[in-house]
Design a protein around this ligand. Structure first.
Ligand SMILES: [Zn+2]
Length: 355
C-alpha cells in the first residue's frame, strides 16, 4: 500500500501522524460521486463546493474534501480534535511517534476532519453473527466490529449523526458502520435537511428476526432507512442517487445504501474474491413484481421488498406509445384509450403489460 504514496501525501501523512490524526490512505475510498473532490483537490468541484485549503475555514468543503485531499486535512485541523468533545478517539494521541493505530476506525466527526476514531474489536464469530457466504467482495464477512459495550453511542461520528443513531446495542452488540457511508449520509443531510434514521446496522440475527433480506446491506454497515423530516421521499431519493447511493423507495422511507462502493478494509479485510467471479449486482434479482388485473383495476404485487410496501408509479400508453395517464399509488385504473401500462416498483423493478 505504501508504494503508492506520493511524496506530497507522505509529507502530509507524517504531519498528520505527529498530530495524532489518521489519514491512512488505506482508509480512503476513491469513489467519485456528484459533489465529490475526486479529481478536484485544490479547487472547486463542479457542484460548487470546494476542495482547497480554505474550505474548512469558509465552511464550503465538499463532503469528502478532508478524506480525498491532503491539502484540506492539514496538520492544524487534525490537531484540533481534542477540543471537539471527542472522548472516544482511542489512544492515537498517546502514540504520536508510532503508526496510526490500525485498530482504530475513524469517522468524519463533527468538524468534518475524520478525527473521531473508535477502537475496533475482533470478537471472531460471535453468536448471532452468521453472515451468508460472500457472493462477491462487497458481501464479505466482517473481520472487525465496533463493540457497543466499549464505545459510547453518543459519539458524534458526523456533524448531525451520533453513532447510536446508526448502530445501537439492541440491534447487535458488535456493529459494522462504514465511514464512507456515514460521510455520504451527512452529505444527504446537508442537501435535504433533517433526516430520521429508522434503521442502520443490523446484526445477522437481528436482521433475520425482522424479516430482512438474506443479504441485506444493513448487515454490512453501508445502508440506512431514511425518513426525511423537511423534504419529500421523492426528493430524498434524488439526493441518495446524487450521492452515489443505491436506493429502494418505500411508502414510509427511502432505503439508501452504497453496495457498489469499495468496502472498508479495516472492517472487512482485503478483497479476496477475483473480480467477475459473481455478478456485481446479483442482489437486484431479489426483487420482483407482476401486474394483475381485476375488474379493470390494476395492482402490482411485489416480492423481495423486505422493509414495507414499495412505491408504485404507473404510466399508461396509447396505441402509438404516447403517455395518456400517470399515477403514483397502490392501484391504477387505466383510461379507456390505454393500450399498455408500465409500473415502476420501488425504483428497482419495472414491469410492462399489454391491455
Ligand atoms: Zn433498508
Amino acid at each position: 500500500m505504501n508504494a503508492k504514496l506520493s511524496s506530497a501525501l507522505l509529507a502530509s501523512s507524517l504531519l498528520a501522524l505527529l498530530a495524532g490524526c489518521d489519514t491512512d490512505p488505506q482508509g480512503r475510498q476513491a469513489a467519485a460521486f456528484e459533489g465529490s473532490c475526486v479529481g478536484f483537490c485544490g479547487g472547486e468541484a463542479p457542484t460548487g463546493c470546494f476542495c482547497d485549503a480554505d474550505c474548512m475555514e469558509n465552511g464550503d468543503c465538499c463532503p469528502d474534501a478532508a478524506r480525498e485531499c491532503t491539502v484540506v486535512a492539514n496538520e492544524e485541523e487534525c490537531g484540533d480534535h481534542d477540543s471537539t468533545g471527542d472522548d472516544d478517539s482511542g489512544d492515537a494521541d498517546a502514540d504520536a511517534d508510532d503508526d496510526p493505530d490500525p485498530n482504530d476506525l475513524c469517522f468524519l466527526g463533527p468538524d468534518r476532519d475524520n478525527s473521531v476514531c473508535v477502537p475496533l474489536a475482533f470478537p471472531g464469530s460471535p453468536s448471532g453473527y452468521n453472515y451468508p457466504s460472500p457472493l462477491n467482495n462487497n458481501y464479505r464477512k466482517p473481520v472487525a466490529y465496533i463493540d457497543l459495550d466499549q464505545v459510547d453511542e453518543s459519539t458524534k461520528i458526523a456533524p448531525n449523526f451520533s453513532l447510536g443513531e446508526i448502530a445501537t446495542r439492541v440491534k447487535g452488540r458488535y456493529a459494522v458502520v462504514q465511514p464512507h457511508a456515514v460521510e455520504r449520509l451527512q452529505a444527504m443531510r446537508d442537501a435535504a435537511g433533517g433526516l430520521r434514521i429508522n434503521s442502520g446496522y443490523r446484526s445477522p440475527s437481528y436482521n433475520s428476526g425482522v424479516g430482512g433480506a438474506t443479504r441485506s446491506r444493513h448487515m454490512y454497515g453501508d445502508a440506512f432507512d431514511i425518513k426525511p423530516l423537511s423534504t419529500s421521499i421523492n426528493a430524498l431519493e434524488g439526493v441518495c442517487t446524487s450521492n452515489g447511493g443505491k436506493l429502494v423507495e418505500y411508502n414510509s422511507h427511502v432505503h439508501c445504501d452504497w453496495r457498489f462502493d469499495p468496502q472498508d478494509q479495516k472492517l472487512f479485510g482485503a478483497a479476496a474474491i477475483a473480480p467477475g467471479t459473481y455478478p456485481d449486482d446479483f442482489a437486484v434479482d431479489e426483487y420482483s413484481a407482476s401486474i394483475q388485473r381485476s375488474e379493470g383495476v390494476l395492482s402490482a404485487p411485489a416480492q423481495g421488498f423486505d422493509e414495507g410496501e414499495p412505491v408504485r408509479r404507473w404510466t399508461a400508453f396509447d396505441a402509438s406509445g404516447d403517455i395518456v395517464a400517470e399515477l403514483t399509488g397502490e392501484t391504477f385504473t387505466p383510461p379507456a384509450d390505454a393500450a399498455s401500462v408500465s409500473v415502476d416498483v420501488g425504483r428497482v423493478v419495472e414491469v410492462t403489460a399489454e391491455l
